[in-house]
Design a protein around this ligand. Structure first.
Ligand code: G4P
Length: 525
């Protein structure tokens, strides 16, 4: 197979949802289709359970397991599919945001009884920012559900994207009879807990007796009415509208019952994009360029304290990545080669000789990488789109063991490179501040500093509203601002100016009084 065909047959995507909507179940069913796993339940262990909020060992164990399931690759109908796992736990939301930067498209799972929930809304914001094409799967139709038209309206309103139903449910809960596949035609009857996949029933004329025979007069009547309404409201899907992230195709089903999944998958491989061109600070990189480029979007620490090595996850953006070949680590200017790059096929990790655009490779790392690093064949490129988000919780971090200050500094440094949290140094008093998106991270950091670096830390509470990156349209204004707000000025790890606002009011006043300063909530602008 030629290089271009290899690229064209790749689909790299993430599944996102609010916890409990059914992401893990859907992932598992997709893997079953690809023959990547053979029993249900294999993916479950990856989930950070709600009960684990303060059980570090459990978190670490689950983090460890999730290395293997971070990327799940399999083949289906000649298409190479890479599913990137995103942690559902909201305290790890930033991990999810970064993983989304390596996805070429996204499937959003929504619980039919709950509709759009907070986490879905937040994640969709990131997709919108990056114009990532999304497909929606409305799950749990085997349970009492909201009216499908109401669900579609809610999605349009809450997720700010047009929708286009490609399948339609007949009833829900006890009265759930199945779905009608609008995209391909055909009726699929629901058989709860059924072992075999339902065959689509072709129905030539929806107004004939055939439909009534299968689902009864009342449902047949309602379905015909609904389909007519859909035709009037939602025009035929244009693939480009989906690819431009303007319209989201919608499917209905029940992941637990393996119902509606095959239709979703069949349509997904047809519609979803192969690796997309990517922006760098210098130029746009196309997937089919000859030379290899890639970027690090995730770093995973080894949970074994005796081996403090890590795996850097690299998304191949262009060219062919080859084993034992020298590549430029753009940030530090060094040439590096990798003798044991791994790929993740069928939930197994194995050493590979080459990888194509869209693929994710795991590189053994002893601390040379940080999130966002670029690898190339020599060109000095910097991939964009891997921002840090303004953290929501802050604490001063102090050394609790004077004999171990070096270890502490190194530990903090490396954990920040991994993207566990963000470090800010207050320019007024020189104190180090750790900012996170969830309370769990503080526990993870403390635990890992002790177990991986032998360092002890102490936290001191700090009430801040937000940390914002400052962009100065007028340098004099920045100088003036820094003079007046000296106590609230910090630098991030890249040395950029950050304003630590201790209240919404304070931020508001700063925005009012300094019109030539822009306060950003993500580090990339
Ligand atoms: P998540 O990864 O998005 O957090 O959700 P997950 O797949 O773990 O699903 C959450 C719960 O919803 C699970 O039940 C799962 O079995 C159930 N579920 C998923 N899809 C469907 C569906 O189509 N219909 C119904 N009725 N339930 C569904 P649980 O009891 O929390 O977990 P478990 O004890 O079954 O593992």
């Amino acid at each position: 197979m030629g290089y271009k065909e290899e690229i064209a047959r790749r689909r790299t995507f993430g599944i996102i949802s609010h916890p409990d909507a059914g992401k893990t179940t859907l992932t598992e069913k997709l893997l079953l289709f690809g023959g990547a796993i053979h029993v249900a339940g294999a993916v479950k262990s990856n989930k950070i359970k709600k009960t684990a909020t303060s059980d570090f060992m459990e978190i670490e164990r689950q983090r460890g397991i999730s290395v293997a399931t971070s990327v799940m690759g399999f083949e289906y109908n000649g298409i190479k599919i890479n599913i990137l796992d995103t942690p559902g736990h909201q305290d790890f939301a930033e991990d999810t945001f970064r993983t989304l930067t390596a996805c070429d498209s996204v499937i959003i799972v929504i619980d039919a009884a709950k509709g759009v929930e907070t986490q879905t809304r937040k994640l969709m914001q990131v997709c919108r920012m990056r114009k990532t094409p999304v497909i929606v799967f409305i799950n749990k139709l085997d349970r009492p559900a909201h009216d499908p038209f109401d669900l579609l309206d809610e999605i349009e309103k809450e997720l700010q994207i047009h929708v286009n139903p490609l399948s339609w449910p007949i009833g829900s809960g006890d009265t759930f009879k199945g779905v009608y596949n609008i995209y391909r035609g055909g009726l699929y009857l629901f058989n709860p807990g059924g072992q075999t996949l339902p065959e689509g029933i072709e129905i030539q004329d929806l107004n004939s007796d055939e439909l009534v025979r299968h689902i009864g007069e009342r449902d047949a009547h309602t379905l015909c009415e609904n389909l007519e309404l859909i035709q009037g409201v939602y025009p035929t899907l244009e693939q480009n509208d989906y690819l431009n992230a303007e319209v989201a195709p919608v499917f209905f089903g029940s992941a637990l019952n393996n119902f509606g999944i095959k239709e979703l998958l069949d349509c997904f491989i047809e519609l979803a994009p192969s690796p997309l061109p990517r922006e760098t600070e210098e130029r746009i990189v196309k997937a089919d360029e000859d030379k290899f480029t890639g970027f690090v979007f995730k770093i995973h620490a080894n949970m074994d304290p005796n081996h403090r090595d890590r795996i850097a996850f690299v998304k191949v953006c262009s060219g062919i990545f080859k084993r034992n070949t020298n590549y430029l680590h753009v940030r530090n200017g060094k040439m590096l080669k990798f003798s044991t790059p791994t790929a993740f096929m069928a939930s197994k990790k194995s050493i590979i000789d080459e990888a194509y655009p869209g693929d994710i490779i795991g590189l053994h790392d002893t601390g040379t990488f940080k999130i966002g690093d670029t690898l190339t064949e020599g060109e000095k490129l910097h991939f964009k789109g891997i921002p840090s988000f303004s953290p929501e919780l802050f604490k001063y971090i102090e050394n609790a063991d004077p004999m171990k200050s070096k270890q502490l500094a190194k530990g903090i440094d490396q954990l920040m490179d991994e993207g566990v949290a963000q470090l800010f140094v207050n320019q007024f008093n020189g104190r180090k501040i750790i900012g996170t998106v969830g309370a769990l991270q503080f526990e993870v950091i403390e635990y890992r500093l002790l177990h991986e670096y032998g360092a002890s830390c102490r936290w001191e509470s700090l009430n801040l509203y937000k940390a914002c990156w400052i962009e100065a349209l007028d340098n004099n204004e920045l100088i003036d601002f820094k003079k007046h707000k000296a106590q609230y000025m910090a630098k991030d790890k890249q040395g950029r100016d950050v304003f630590l606002a201790d209240s919404q009011y304070m931020l508001h006043m700063a925005q009012e009084n300094y019109k030539k300063l822009v306060f950003h909530f993500t580090s990339e602008f």
